[in-house]
Structures are given as structure tokens and as C-alpha cells.
Design a protein around this ligand. Structure first.
Ligand code: ATP
Length: 247
């Protein structure tokens, strides 16, 4: 299996607070990989360091064979990593359609297998993809994002990230604050997104639900990975669930 992301010995500090203490992690192409752990474990810091919002103190972030550690976030986004942030952060003054369009800003024409596809064509394909994943967004295309429910805003945040045709989608707590039924909708969509060929690295506190859709998971504790394994094995490890995952 091909590795799309390899993190080696990654460290990051907020002044005196060392949030990441030598993290090693691998994401294989075409999988959903989860980072689990309690509040303050460093999960958000890890995602934001991968997407270039924070500069690491040391270590490597190899994406698609290149070390992108410390590179500017817009360059990392252009290279194919998009993050949907915790708390959603959609543009509430814009409509659903305008939010999605804003996500497509990095698209430019590209040639795959000798076929040239313009940025415009990719944008219209991506609109179709997002609207078929989340039909509620299509129904609400002309509505202001401020009028959406929390779950719909989460769909919009994920959809906006997908508009850039990422190869690796980073998701920070997609289930945060949502009712169980909506969590199921969002997680079902993540499985479809993976099925369409987009690799996902997601941070979640909702460990048991996440282990049902993930292929592989890491448990982060106080800035260090202290356990990892395939999701099915971890899901059946009662000791682990009790000790780390609040089961
Ligand atoms: P949560 O699930 O609560 O979001 P997390 O696992 O995502 O937690 P982080 O937000 O990455 O954890 O925080 C890791 C550590 O870094 C914590 O001790 C936190 O207090 C600290 N931290 C995070 N952001 C900052 C900041 N801007 N300045 C100083 N310390 C910070």
C-alpha cells in the first residue's frame, strides 16, 4: 500500500508548552486514519501543523514524497492537503454556493492521462460531487450559511474542503456537537468520500463511532502516540476503550 503521508519525530511548542513530542504516524493512500485522544492531547495541533498553520519545531511531514514541514499553508493546500477545521468556520455571511466556490480557489487546469481538464470543469464536477454527497446543501444552495443547522454547517465545511479536489482531507472533530442521527449522516458521507478515492486523516473524541469507519487509528496522549493499530482490533480492545477512549 502506498504511503501518502509520513510524519516523523514531529514536535511543536506553544512557548513553554510542548504540545507535540516526537510524533510518528503514517497514512496510507485510500484509507481513513483516525487520531483519537482526550482533551488537550495535541490532536488539533497535529492537524494544524500538517496543514501549515503552525510551524513545527522539528521533524518531517512527508506528503507525496516531499517534506512539507514548515511550508506556508496555501502551498500545502495547493499541493493537495485541505483541512476542515474544528468548529466548522464557514463564511456565515455568504450563501452555501458561495462558500463552496470559495473552497475551489486553488483549482487550475490539469492534465491527467493526456486529458486536459480546466479549473472551471473541475469546479462544476466538484459541485456535483458535493451536492450528491450532501443533498441538503443543494436544496439550500442560495441560502445564507448563517441559516444552516450545526450539522448542515459541518456538511458545508467538509464540502468546501472537497471543492479543492484534495488528495488528503484533514477533518477536526466532524461530529462535535451533533445529534447521533446527524453524526451517522456525516460518517456515512466520509465512507463515500473515501470510496471516491480521497484519503482522510481525522481527529475525533467520539472514538467508538470513529473506529467503525476508520481503517487505522492512533491514540495520542500528552503529545505522544501511545498506541496504534487497525481500527477493528482497537475497537475490540476493551482495556484500551476503558483506559483511553472513555468507553
Ligand atoms: P481538544 O480535543 O480539547 O481540542 P486537542 O487534543 O486538540 O484537544 P490541542 O488543542 O492540540 O489538543 O492542545 C494541545 C496542548 O497545547 C494543550 O495543552 C493546550 O492547552 C495547548 N495549546 C493549544 N493551543 C494553544 C495556544 N494557542 N497557546 C498555548 N497553548 C496552546
Amino acid at each position: 500500500m502506498k504511503e501518502i503521508l509520513t510524519i516523523r519525530n514531529l514536535s511543536m511548542s506553544y512557548g513553554p508548552i510542548q504540545a507535540l513530542k516526537g510524533v510518528d504516524l503514517t497514512v496510507n493512500e485510500g484509507q481513513i486514519v483516525a487520531i483519537l485522544g482526550a482533551n488537550g492531547a495535541g490532536k488539533t495541533t497535529l492537524l494544524k501543523t500538517v496543514s501549515g498553520l503552525f510551524k513545527p519545531q522539528g521533524g518531517e511531514i512527508i506528503f507525496d514524497g516531499k517534506n512539507v514541514a514548515g511550508k506556508a499553508s496555501f502551498k500545502i493546500a495547493k499541493g493537495g492537503i485541505m483541512q476542515s477545521p474544528e468548529g466548522r468556520h464557514v463564511f456565515i455571511g455568504l450563501t452555501v454556493e458561495e462558500n463552496l466556490k470559495a473552497g475551489a480557489y486553488t483549482l487550475k487546469s490539469k492534465t491527467i492521462d493526456g486529458v486536459k481538464t480546466s479549473g472551471k470543469k473541475q469546479m462544476s464536477d466538484n459541485f456535483e460531487r458535493v451536492y450528491s454527497l450532501f443533498p441538503r446543501l443543494k436544496e439550500r444552495a442560495k441560502q445564507q450559511a448563517s441559516t444552516l443547522s450545526g450539522g448542515e454547517q459541518q456538511m458545508l465545511a467538509i464540502g468546501r474542503a472537497l471543492m479543492a479536489s484534495p488528495r488528503l482531507l484533514l477533518l477536526d472533530e466532524p461530529s462535535l456537537g451533533l445529534a447521533p442521527l446527524l453524526i451517522k449522516d456525516i460518517f456515512d458521507a466520509l465512507v463515500k468520500i473515501k470510496g471516491e478515492g480521497t484519503t482522510i486523516l481525522m481527529v475525533e473524541q467520539n472514538a467508538l463511532a470513529t473506529l467503525k469507519i476508520a481503517d487505522y487509528a492512533y491514540v495520542l496522549e500528552l503529545g505522544k502516540i501511545n498506541m496504534s493499530g487497525d481500527a477493528e482490533t482497537l475497537r475490540n480492545d476493551e482495556r484500551l476503550i476503558k483506559a483511553y477512549l472513555g468507553g
